[in-house]
Structure formats: structure tokens, C-alpha cells
Design a protein around this ligand. Structure first.
Ligand code: ZN
Length: 362
């Protein structure tokens, strides 16, 4: 396999899906496509696609999912594709069950958005039983006008300066928590968890158990980008259920996982976490979920890109240059074009999959 083939990143949702399906069809797996109701920018239909392969009756399972945050999908899809191509080349069936889920948020991938069609941030939306879909951190309410301006993008609005002033006043930890922890009161705002279950959640709910099959132990790698240092991997685990097996998984995955305290220094506590929901769907399964985060740019640059895209989506004219710029910057913030970033993250992602499989096959 040539190096250039391995370093394949999709340009958009359609290309990614096309490639996923074409390689999946060559592998001896079961392929499922679940069409969602919303459409792509050109009116095209969108779906979540899923490939199951390996030993279907195995007690151990690897789940590799991409695109929970729409526009973060290219790296996850590239890792899935890279892994499938290696699989095709080796011809050796994994001794475990392997489930690849392509584009958990196809709308966001196609439209270069973090959220889905209802502006729901999927990783703030999988609320657990009994949790209420209401509330926003008091500091988020204060920052709403700055974060979610009700005007088309373009022009200079001193965002970087205003953001710097807020960071000075409240400190990074508090600001990060207030902005990114999730909110349920500003439907057009960033990090909105929704007033009801998302389309993706409704689609996954009846299928999740079947996708796990007979498995007893799961390592779930859910690929994300935009958090952490440039090109570096941070594994964020879902809280709770820290069985000895799960603790071993963390060590086996290259020691790149952090305990909650360390995680809090990098990330933040969020409601509606996808990983907790996954584990809750299968209470009798030892479920090791990791949000595998690959860093890109600084938090301020990433937030500025998200903010401008959200502004363009709600208030901009799709034909305008400002709209196109906002989309382009958002795509770059979550999947840098620089070759060195792509090489490093793809190689690290593939190595992560291999470590997970090796650990499960032990
Ligand atoms: Zn993400």
C-alpha cells in the first residue's frame, strides 16, 4: 500500500461515505445504512453507516465511531478507512467483533457544523434517565451575546479582545466549563443540548444492543478533534464503572489516558455525554468508552471558528463570501490541512485501534 493511499482524508461527507461503503463492501462484514430525515446542503440524503465484522459471536468488541460532532468527522473517517484498508490487505479476520460507525452526525459533517439539524450538540444531548433538559450556567447566560451574536458574520467585532478580557476576569477553567459544559436554554447557541432526544439518539436507541451482539467487554473509541495540543491525543474516559478491566484498558492504550483530575485540567464536565449513555444501554457489559481527542489549534481559535460558523448558519447568506469563509475556517479548525498534522494524527489513531484490538484479543 502506498503512503499516499494511507494518508487519505475525505474532502466532504459524500466522498467519505462513498469510500467507506466501497471498502466495506470488499470486506466480509455486514453493512447497514440508516437514513436520517434531514438533508445535505444540495438536498442529498444523509445516513449513518455501520459495518460489523470479525468474529460476530466473540465476547469482546471494538467500536470505532466517527463524526459525533459533524465537522470533526474527517479524521475519524480517515482512521476508519485506514484501518479497513489494512484489514483488506492483511485478509486476517479479527478474533473479536469489530463495529465501525461512520458519521454519527451526518448532517453536521455535510454542512460543516458541530451540531445536527436542530443545532443540537450530540455530546451534550444524551441525557441520562431522570436528567432534565433545562438550565444554562450563569456565566453562559452572561456570555450569550458575545458567543451567539444575532447578525451575519463578517467585519471585525473584537471577539479575540473581548474573549481575552473574559479569560482575564474569570480564568480559563471557569470560562471553559461555563461555555462548553452544555446548555439547554439557547436553541441557536453553541453547546446546546436540545429540548428532546436528537435524531441520532432516536436512531441509535433501538439498535444499540443488537450492534453489541453477545459481547461482554467493549472498547469504544469515539474519535474527536479540536481539544488538546496540536496533533496530540488525549483519551477522555466516561466517569463511573471503573472496573479493574477498564483500568487495565487505559494502561494498554499506550498510557495516553488520564484520570478524572488530570482530565479536568484539559477538558471539562459536560452533561449529556454520549459515552455514559452507551454504557448505560448495556449495563451487563464491561464498557470502556473513550473520547479520543486529537488537538488542533488553541481553544480561542477553535471557539472563534465555531462561533463564526454558528453565526453564519443562523444569520448568514449561504451565497456570501463571509458564509463560505466561516465554513472554511471551521473545517480547518477541526481538521488542519497541514500534512504533518494529518500524518501524525492518522498514524496515532491507527496505532490506537491496533492497541485496542491486541488488548481485546489477548
Ligand atoms: Zn468533539
Amino acid at each position: 500500500m502506498s503512503h499516499s493511499t494511507e494518508l487519505w482524508f475525505p474532502r466532504d461527507y459524500q466522498e467519505s461515505r462513498g469510500e467507506f461503503l466501497s471498502v466495506a463492501e470488499k470486506l466480509s462484514g455486514e453493512l447497514e445504512s440508516h437514513t436520517i430525515e434531514s438533508h445535505g446542503p444540495a438536498g442529498e440524503s444523509l445516513s449513518i453507516d455501520l459495518l460489523t465484522l470479525g468474529d460476530r459471536d466473540a465476547s469482546d468488541c471494538l467500536i470505532l465511531s466517527s463524526g459525533l460532532h459533524g465537522l470533526e468527522a474527517p479524521l475519524g473517517a480517515a482512521i476508519q478507512l485506514g484501518w479497513m484498508r489494512r484489514q483488506l490487505a492483511s485478509g486476517i479476520e479479527p478474533k473479536i467483533r469489530v463495529v465501525l460507525v461512520h458519521a454519527l452526525n451526518p448532517y453536521g459533517f455535510a454542512h460543516l457544523r458541530r451540531g445536527e439539524a436542530e443545532n443540537i450538540d450530540l455530546n451534550r444531548s444524551f441525557l441520562r434517565r431522570g436528567e432534565e433538559r433545562r438550565g444554562a450556567p450563569p456565566l453562559y447566560e452572561k456570555l450569550d451575546a458575545l458567543l451567539n451574536p444575532e447578525s451575519p458574520p463578517g467585519g471585525f467585532d473584537f471577539f479575540a479582545l473581548r474573549a481575552a478580557a473574559i479569560l482575564m476576569r474569570y480564568g480559563m477553567t471557569q470560562v471553559k466549563q461555563a461555555i462548553a459544559g452544555g446548555q439547554y436554554e439557547f436553541p441557536r447557541g453553541l453547546f446546546y443540548g436540545g429540548k428532546g432526544p436528537s435524531e441520532t439518539q432516536q436512531l441509535l436507541t433501538p439498535h444499540w444492543k443488537a450492534w453489541l451482539g453477545q459481547t461482554q467487554r467493549v472498547i469504544h473509541l469515539d474519535i474527536h478533534t479540536g481539544l488538546g495540543r496540536w496533533g496530540e491525543l488525549t483519551l477522555l474516559s466516561a466517569a463511573g464503572n471503573d472496573s479493574p478491566w477498564r483500568q487495565n484498558v487505559g494502561k494498554a492504550l499506550g498510557g495516553a489516558s488520564y484520570n478524572r483530575e488530570q482530565e479536568n485540567a484539559i477538558a471539562y464536565e459536560a452533561r449529556g455525554d454520549f459515552g455514559l449513555w452507551c454504557a448505560e444501554q448495556a449495563e451487563d457489559v464491561d464498557y470502556a468508552y473513550y473520547c479520543a481527542e486529537f488537538g488542533t489549534y488553541s481553544p480561542t481559535r477553535v471557539l472563534r471558528a465555531l462561533r463564526a460558523e454558528n453565526q453564519a448558519h443562523h444569520w448568514g447568506d449561504p451565497a456570501s463570501a463571509a458564509f463560505q469563509t466561516a465554513k472554511r475556517n471551521a473545517a480547518e479548525a477541526f481538521c488542519p490541512a497541514r500534512m504533518a498534522w494529518r500524518q501524525k494524527t492518522l498514524a496515532r489513531g491507527l496505532a490506537l485501534c491496533e492497541s485496542a484490538i491486541a488488548h481485546l484479543q489477548e
